[in-house]
Design a protein around this ligand. Structure first.
Ligand SMILES: [Zn+2]
Ligand SMILES: [Zn+2]
Length: 338
């Protein structure tokens, strides 16, 4: 595909999409029903449907029975950890292999022209972004993901949390499925703003931001405290009359879905003239500029709180103005103290 039909590349090779980023046409006034209908399939396809399917398969075929889940035992906990490790290795690895190892589409649709593997940096373990990112993903990311999964499965199996059923409460469960990405967005936004507080940023979130040119393995490259906060959203299922399958869907949405935001490419080519949109640009801009796009635009939270960057020159000017204001405020404070 010719990526210059869909965007432009500057002198340094950074690729920018032609269209500015927009938030989903849901919370807009006046309402835009036609835009909403055009957007709706993208809400489901391909990513959300993929994670619904993976969660269903995991619940049906790769999760022990309720009887076994009632008692915490290392054998099944380790089995769940192993299946999650394998799934992450295969899913993340598939993106990495196609786009970064084989470089199947070279730099087409890649926001940053550089490939992390081509440069070494002292910010990372072993001076390698990939090895560092993988060590953090498997060292604390998947263990903490698994711990939340075990906790919710065990709580449901013991009746500590009220459990709905697909036969008796299908509409309620369907509502949760449809609203889950919105809940994730709000939870992620709050957690993300929190870890950008200077003290937490320094000790916790800076680990994730070491990857300023993110690639698939950057997705779960976080400090363990961030993993704890990031995956904690699934605990909501213990409170809202939900189902373990939906808790697994929530974890897949967070765990596998993170790749989609860190893939580094705007489109993944699937044919000569076809490609799948990744919707990664909003989060790519967050990795590039740090102080913008704390959420992904499903809900216009960043617009509301003044941190939205739509990828255009205007967006950049607004960001610069915000930063200048912030610096002036800090200087004034500092001068007052002095
Ligand atoms: Zn990120
Ligand atoms: Zn951040």
């Amino acid at each position: 595909m010719d990526d210059l039909k869909h965007g432009s590349r500057d002198k340094r090779g950074n690729w920018t999409p032609k269209e500015p980023l927009t938030s989903a046409p849901i919370f807009v006034l006046p309402p835009r029903p036609l835009d909403f209908l055009r957007w709706l399939p993208h809400y489901f396809l391909p990513w959300n449907v993929l994670f619904m399917v993976s969660a269903t398969l995991f619940w049906w075929y790769l999760t022990p029975s309720q009887d076994i889940l009632k008692t915490l035992h290392w054998s099944w906990i380790l089995a769940i950890f192993a299946r999650n490790c394998l799934a992450v290795f295969l899913f993340y690895g598939a993106f990495e292999l196609r786009l970064y190892v084989k470089r199947h589409q070279q730099g087409r649709f890649k926001y940053n022209p550089k490939f992390p593997a081509d440069s070494k940096s002292g910010a990372f373990f072993f001076r390698s972004q990939n090895l560092d990112n993988m060590a953090r993903s498997f060292g604390s990311g998947v263990p903490i993901w698994t711990a939340f999964e075990v906790l919710t499965l065990w709580a449901f199996a013991n009746g500590y949390a009220p459990m709905a059923s697909f036969t008796a409460n299908p509409w309620w469960l369907l509502t949760i499925v449809l609203l889950l990405p919105f809940f994730h967005e709000v939870h992620f936004f709050i957690v993300h703003r929190l870890i950008h507080l200077p003290i937490l940023y320094k000790w916790v979130h800076s680990v994730h931001h070491n990857s300023s040119n993110p690639s698939p393995w950057s997705s779960l490259s976080m400090h363990p405290v961030e993993h704890l906060l990031y995956f904690s959203g699934c605990l909501v299922h213990l409170l809202i009359f939900s189902h373990p399958l939906l808790a697994i869907y929530h974890l897949h949405f967070a765990g596998f879905g993170a790749v989609v935001g860190h893939v580094g490419f705007d489109k993944m080519e699937t044919g000569k003239d076809r490609g799948v949109d990744t919707h990664a640009y909003a989060h790519y801009l967050h990795h590039k500029y740090f102080e913008v796009n704390y959420a992904d635009g499903l809900i216009p939270l960043d617009k509301l709180f003044g941190s939205w960057h739509d990828g255009t020159k205007d967006g950049e000017a607004q960001m610069d103005a915000r930063m200048a204001k912030k610096r002036a405020k800090m200087n004034a404070k500092f001068n007052q103290k002095a």
